[in-house]
Design a protein around this ligand. Sequence first.
Ligand code: ATP
Length: 533
Amino acid sequence: MKFIDELQNYLKARYPLILVKSTEEDRLTMDLKLAAKNMKHEIVTWSIASGLKAENAQFEITTVDLKKAIDACENLARTGKSYIFVFYDIIPVLSAPPTNTIYQRRLKEFALNIRTEAYRCNCIFVSPQSGIDGTLQSEITVLDYPLPNRDEVSEQVNKFANEYKNVSNVFIDTSTETLSALTNAALGLTYAEIENCLARSLVEDKKLDMSDVKSIVNEKKQIIRKSGILEYVENKLSLEDVGGLNVLKRWLDLRGTTFSDDAYQFGLNPPKGVLLVGIPGCGKSLTAKCIASAWNMPLLRLDIGKIFGKYVGDSEANIRSALKTAEAISPCVLWIDEIEKGLGQGGNDGGTSSRVFGNILTWLQDKTSPVFTFATANNIRNLPPELLRKGRFDEIFFVDLPDLDERKKILEIHIGKTGRNLGNFDLDKLAKMSGEDNLGKNIRLAGAEIEAWVKDALMEAYARKTKGDKTADLSMTDFEAVIKRMVPMAKMRQEDFNELRKWANENAVSASISVKSDDSADSMHGGRLIDLE
Ligand code: ATP
């Protein structure tokens, strides 16, 4: 539902106190004026700097004293006319002692009277903050103001381009392709931020063209990082950088094409997302990075631990704001790393984590924007069953320790990264060395451990070189020496991993195609095996 329609519904339902959380005062004021016009209400505003103001001179009241201002608003309401009272930046005033209790009480009385005296008015608080404690908390309804949508961003970019295109000494590329790329880069920013970015790009070299897309994206990264909850992750990886996990990769590859208009016309909806549960260090995060770059989409990492704020209502507002940013930037991949963290606080936080979780669940279920959610989890004990229900994710995958073939692929990737010729190594032998044959029943190295093995072996070779063997280079003997010293994670956490596999057999699809291999990978594979070949 569009914000303006949602707001009008709250106004019509006579919600007395509505807090709209936004830093975009200008754009929001325009929307409030539109709502007032649609509903034939008059707007009266208050701020600590200017006191009460009404467009109609008849209501010119200039008091900055909040109690007197509310008294004046109530007098206006008593006339039976329709008003929207807009209070800018009222939260600090309502929180600062010693007047806070008087102001809060007075507003509460006004709110009660709006209901009982049938006043035709509402109060709207416009504020970037949502932290209200005390008596008013139960009276206030918090609404989030969405970031500008694609059409609005495009309008803003076009307006800027048109404003400067005829200015001498300035070049503005007004081609559709450039304006569309600039619009995509600016998605997720507010009007003021968009204008700042465009103005800075123009001032830098007196040009606005394709070359500015990167600097706008960089600026956006900073702005998103400042929110403290989302991080804009950039990389140039491809699915080729992930060894194994063929079922998952194939699944993702197929869905990469379904974000296009053509796919939509064909009757396909963009995929919702996947949940990857599995053993640490086996490529879950790596796949999130690779898929975003393979699909050529921005990757936003949501740090669930940072959502939890100090004030009542902050945590819910934080998650809503993060999800709204993701929607504004879509199509994008939203990577919720270790989703179980923060969702399993077991009711010791006054219900905050369950409300945050509720917000995520509802969003996962209802979202229509092309945000592909890539959630990962290492610990199933904290995973609430509601998360696993149909409709939240398109599929739940289990990522196990890599089997023989997968380990060979991972070795290829990481030895390849050292710049060595793969032909100089017996990869089959190395793959076997990193599995049950050498390490013991049910013990295999994880992808991250294979990477560490390669790095340590390289170090071993370099040590030989520095000790006098001038021709020494990475060789099989270095791998053999290093693996003898390694204590595989699977050895220390066998019980945990078996529990995960048991869970996966019931609840998830295996991310890998099991191959019959001499380290009896089949017996260890958790998750239903599906074959997409
Ligand atoms: P965690 O749950 O602990 O975050 P994870 O499953 O997300 O673990 P990653 O962070 O993706 O694991 O893996 C760490 C590193 O190990 C990767 O950056 C990559 O270098 C290497 N790695 C792990 N799995 C693979 C794989 N299948 N192919 C190639 N490299 C891998």
